[in-house]
Design a protein around this ligand. Structure first.
Ligand SMILES: [Zn+2]
Length: 597
């Protein structure tokens, strides 16, 4: 990519920007000799191997090998391009950049994210104006005051009001001359079926959502009455991802780092209430349960210990069960605070004050202990009760990867129930086999948010394969002259997708020599699913000559053979190292492959 920023400007920025400052805004760094170390934001680790050198102005991770200067850090961390990293640092340090060398389209591409941040900032101002001005905002202000929030908190968190009506923000955008695509990207207005847009947020108190570096990434809105949905958030946008974002990240950062503790609550008002009472090291999840990304961000950027604050035993139990392995696997201490029945963090602290909140915090117990105690409370300590407690704990204990931690909890459980430790270990083991086969398999394909995981390479290879398989079938449809070769090289034997195999077989039997024959072929396909796929293959519009076709086939077959060879060598080394669990996995995989052949 061409660089449009003069060299002397780059060195000016490089000389002014301090890499330690920039990184420590995003990662907790500790001094170690003349360098700083922290947990690497680019790979998952439990002991810090991510090193920042102030002297050399570089970073390097001894774990994953990531490294570079302040520009490369920002590019990698924020997922932005070079020019954008340069611009963002220039802005941050007040260095003027000449922009005349950039074309309009380059500027637009480079700065979409920044434009979204800027626009969100203007939208926040629009909402805060609405809140403090005119008649419609008065009832929202009265609502906030009735809930006990002081003006300084309302101002500090940029609370606002989205007035009733369908086009208040739409008209505001028009006034600002915001382009349609930018407006749509922010997700605050929604395209109408016919034409035009309408406001997503209407008649709601608005909460701007800041990231750790104080940029506004999205908004949340709450109704003033009991109508539904009570809360509404920005949709996913290029700058807002709810599985990663935490409300209050910008205000919680400093105190969390100072104390080593961070509170996790569920709602905007819970957070504001705690903050107003001086418990400022608090973040809130945004209408989603905690994810791996949340926990990793907290561990790397905030604190070593998390306190999950819940308004009831049941809510706490559910969340503890769900997130126990997240914390364990991130090596982050986590404890559960359960408030008295009928209270949430917001109502509790307004009624009883900060000291009372701190008292309940002191009674917080670790997640596993919490699960054990809750289960004992429910099931009792009769013989049947104990059996139920142990089976309640089977799954959570299985999910703990750390063997030492696991054995400590088993010991605790054994003592608490006066049961022989070995009996519990046996019970856990009996679940292990099943767990390995099902859960790990699922985990490999999905992270806990149900999204395909990007950190795993295998699923990518698989979907990549299917993509190539699709290309091949689409090619078979359009270049029938390749069909003899497909048969000869037994290409379909290598396919993994059953639907594609079926379609390809039919194409082999009924080659198409003109577009008019296509609908006829479709009749040979039975399910709607196959028809859909067939249509998408026909529509795919890629021109290939015979040469290209052959190249594609060779690449495909070579790739498969490489994969098989690597699987064989993995099996061999697993045999050599006596890793039975791994061996079992690999053999299962091998079997899967041969089933498809
Ligand atoms: Zn790393």
């Amino acid at each position: 990519m061409a660089i449009y920023i003069p060299e002397e400007k780059l060195s000016e920025i490089r000389n002014t920007a301090n890499i330690t400052d920039i990184i420590s805004e995003r990662v907790v760094l500790k001094k170690a000799g003349k360098d700083y170390v922290g947990l690497c934001p680019f790979h998952s680790e439990k002991t810090p191997s991510f090193t920042v050198s102030s002297v050399k102005q570089i970073f390097h991770c001894f774990g994953c090998g990531a490294g570079g200067d302040v520009f490369s850090f920002l590019m990698k961390h924020e997922g932005i391009g070079f020019s954008e990293a340069v611009q963002s640092l220039a802005r941050r340090y007040g260095i003027d950049l000449p922009e005349r060398n950039m074309s309009a389209s380059q500027k637009a591409a480079v700065s979409l994210r920044q434009q979204m941040f800027d626009l969100n900032r203007q939208v926040m101002a629009f909402f805060t104006d609405q809140l403090s001005g005119r008649s419609s905002g008065q009832k929202a202000m009265a609502y906030l005051e009735k809930r006990g929030f002081r003006q300084e908190i309302i101002t500090q968190f940029g609370l606002g009001f989205a007035p009733d009506g369908w086009d208040n923000l739409v008209r505001f955008y028009k006034k600002l001359n915001v382009s349609h695509s930018l407006a749509e990207n922010t997700g605050l207005i929604v395209p109408r079926k016919d034409s035009g847009f309408y406001d997503r947020f209407r008649n709601r108190v608005m909460f701007p959502i800041f990231d750790m570096t104080n940029q506004i990434i999205g908004f949340g809105g709450r109704v003033l009455d009991d109508s539904k949905p009570k809360y509404l958030n920005s949709p996913e946008t290029p700058i807002y991802h709810k599985s990663r974002s935490l409300y209050g990240a910008h205000t919680a950062k400093n105190k969390s780092r100072e104390t080593g503790n961070v509170y996790i609550v569920e709602g905007y008002f819970d957070l504001l209430a705690l903050y107003q009472h001086g418990v400022t090291n608090t973040v809130a999840t945004l209408g989603t349960s905690l994810t791996v990304e949340h926990v990793n961000a907290l561990r790397r950027g905030f604190a070593q210990k998390a306190f999950l604050v819940f308004d009831s035993d049941e809510a706490g139990l559910k969340a503890a069960r769900r997130s126990i392995s997240l914390f364990m696997n991130a090596s982050m201490d986590a404890a559960v605070i359960v408030l008295p029945k009928g209270y949430d963090p917001d109502s509790f602290i307004f009624e009883f004050g900060r000291e009372a909140f701190e008292k309940v915090s002191e009674k917080a117990i670790g997640m596993v202990e919490f699960l054990i105690e809750s289960s004992i409370k429910t099931n009792g300590l009769s013989m049947e009760g104990k059996v139920r407690v142990i089976s309640d704990l089977q799954q959570p204990l299985l999910e703990i990867n750390d063997n030492v931690a696991r054995s400590i909890y088993i010991k605790y459980l054994a003592e608490r129930l006066s049961v022989n430790e070995n009996a519990i270990i046996e019970k856990i083991k009996s679940g292990e086999k099943r767990f390995n086969q099902t859960t790990r398999q699922n985990n490999r394909l999905k992270d806990n948010d149900g999204q395909p995981s990007l950190s795993e390479s295998e699923p990518l290879i698989e979907s990549e394969m299917i993509k190539v398989e699709k290309q091949i079938v689409s090619m078979m449809l359009k270049s029938p002259e390749i069909l003899p070769e497909i048969k000869e090289r037994r290409v379909l034997d290598y396919f993994s997708d059953k639907r594609l195999i079926e379609i390809a077989k039919i194409v082999l039997e009924h080659p198409i020599y003109g577009d008019e024959e296509t609908p006829g072929l479709m009749n040979h396909l039975e399910s709607a699913d196959l028809k859909n796929m067939f249509a998408s293959l026909v529509i795919e519009d890629e021109c290939r000559d015979l040469n290209n076709c052959e190249q594609l086939l060779s690449q495909f077959i070579n790739g498969i053979e490489r994969r098989q060879n690597s699987l064989l060598s993995q099996i061999k080394s697993a045999q050599e190292s006596n890793d039975e669990e791994l061996l079992f996995e690999l053999l299962r995989k091998k079997q899967e492959q041969s089933v498809n052949r």
